[in-house]
Every structure is written in structure tokens, then in C-alpha cells.
Design a binder for this molecule. Structure first.
Ligand code: CMP
Length: 225
């Protein structure tokens, strides 16, 4: 059975229902638990993935062992395609943050699909361009924004994908530990913690373990600018 959420991935954009379903059926579901690693940075890559359930983090490790998270992805998002378009090793490690089911497609199979349905290529390019925009923005934030600003932005970004409306605002079950949140923001755990405690003291957020309730979106948005 093919889930609607999988069909929202850029891979399927612009395909008619029949073609999209046929492509989705060529993919193999893989179940993975929190902490599992789907592949490591530097591995040879021969397949890409679309997330059906759960959350995946993409991270890189420095020579001295520090980790930086490039992205947290959720249902309907795709990863593992760079090593196809630019043949070479995996550019990041993909690990499971919340128990996941991912749909796997061999690069070779995608290449065959691209030959038959070239419109898929345009949508994949658009997805890559969108990612480059986001990465440029994150790079500029690292240079120009302070840590609280980056924390506010990360929470808002996570809320667009993992947020659900509740009476008081938006609850974001990000499933990240404090360490992972710090790696996503590119700062130490202590500094990120301090920013979150300050937001909580101001009544902008409430922390609930691996979730956070955003209580004042306006103030957070202003802080993120
Ligand atoms: P690949 O290099 O095959 O394996 C790691 C994957 O992480 C990569 O493909 C992309 O799908 C994904 N990735 C790499 N950099 C980023 C980024 N800056 N933002 C989101 N995803 C990324």
C-alpha cells in the first residue's frame, strides 16, 4: 500500500497517479528504531529514501568528534540523493531520531525512471535548490545571528513540520535531546539551554521533555529575525 504522505515527496511531484503509484511500489519499506544508523558519512551511496513515518537526523562529525546536525527530516521528506547526482561518498550520517519507516529506492532504479519521466528531474532540482536556500540561510544565521535567535528560528522551523495546534499555541514534539538540539543550532548545550530557559521565563515557550510548546509565536518570530 502506498501512503499519501510518501507521495508528497518531490520525487512524485507532477506525476500522474498511475505513474506515481508505480514508482512508489518500486520502493522497499525499511523499519528502523531510534538510534539506528541508516548510513554513515563517507559510505558509498547507492539508494535514496523517502520518510513514511518517524524522524531522521542528518549529521556530520568533525575530526575531534564534535557533531553538527544539517537537518531533521520528517514524513514526506527525501534524503540520500546527493551521492546519486554527484557520485561520491555520503555527505552525512543518517540516524533515526524517532522510530521510522523509510521507503528505499536504488539510485539505479531512479536513473531508469528519470529517463522515462524527465519531469521528475525538474522537481528534484527544485527540491535541491530549496535545500541550498535553506543551507545558505543557516550559514548566514551562524555568522550574523546570536544563539537565542538561532534557537528561536530552529523551534519555528521544527514547528512547521512537527507542530500540532493546541489550546495554548503549537506543540512541537521534536524528539531531540538537549545535545541534539544544540547540534542543530550549532552551539553548546549550555548556551542553548540558557536561551530556552530564558524563553520559558518570558512565557514564550514551555518545555516538556523532548517536546516544546510554543506559546508566543510573534515574539519568537521577532527574536528569530
Ligand atoms: P547523500 O550525500 O547521498 O547522503 C547524505 C544525505 O544528507 C544527502 O545525500 C542529502 O540527501 C542529505 N543532506 C546533505 N546536506 C543536507 C542539507 N544541508 N540539508 C538537508 N539535507 C542534506
Amino acid at each position: 500500500m502506498v501512503d499519501d504522505i510518501v507521495l508528497t515527496a518531490p520525487l512524485f511531484a507532477g506525476l500522474d497517479d498511475e505513474t506515481a503509484t508505480a514508482l512508489a511500489e518500486a520502493m522497499k519499506p525499511v523499519e528502523a528504531l531510534r538510534g539506528d544508523v541508516l548510513f554513515h558519512e563517507g559510505d558509498p551511496g547507492d539508494r535514496l529514501y523517502v520518510i513514511r513515518e518517524g524522524k531522521i537526523k542528518l549529521g556530520r562529525r568533525s575530526n575531534d568528534g564534535r557533531e553538527n546536525l544539517l537537518a531533521i527530516l520528517g514524513p514526506g521528506e527525501m534524503f540520500g540523493e546527493l551521492s546519486l547526482f554527484d557520485p561520491g561518498p555520503r555527505t552525512a550520517t543518517a540516524s533515526v531520531v524517532a522510530d521510522a519507516v523509510v521507503m528505499e529506492l536504488a539510485h539505479a532504479e531512479l536513473v531508469a525512471w528519470l529517463k522515462d519521466t524527465p519531469s521528475v528531474a525538474g522537481h528534484l532540482l527544485q527540491a535541491l535548490a530549496r535545500r541550498l536556500r535553506r543551507t545558505n540561510e543557516a550559514l548566514a544565521d551562524l555568522v550574523f545571528s546570536d544563539v537565542p535567535g538561532r534557537v528561536a528560528k530552529a523551534l519555528l522551523d521544527l514547528s512547521t513540520r512537527f507542530g500540532e495546534p493546541v489550546d495554548e499555541g503549537v506543540r512541537v514534539a521534536h524528539d531531540l535531546t538537549q545535545e541534539e538540539l544544540a547540534q542543530l543550532v550549532g552551539a553548546s548545550r549550555e548556551t542553548v539551554n540558557k536561551a530556552l530557559a530564558d524563553f520559558a521565563a518570558r512565557g514564550w515557550v514551555r518545555r516538556e521533555g523532548r517536546a516544546v510548546v510554543l506559546l508566543d509565536l510573534d515574539r519568537l518570530e521577532r527574536r528569530a529575525r
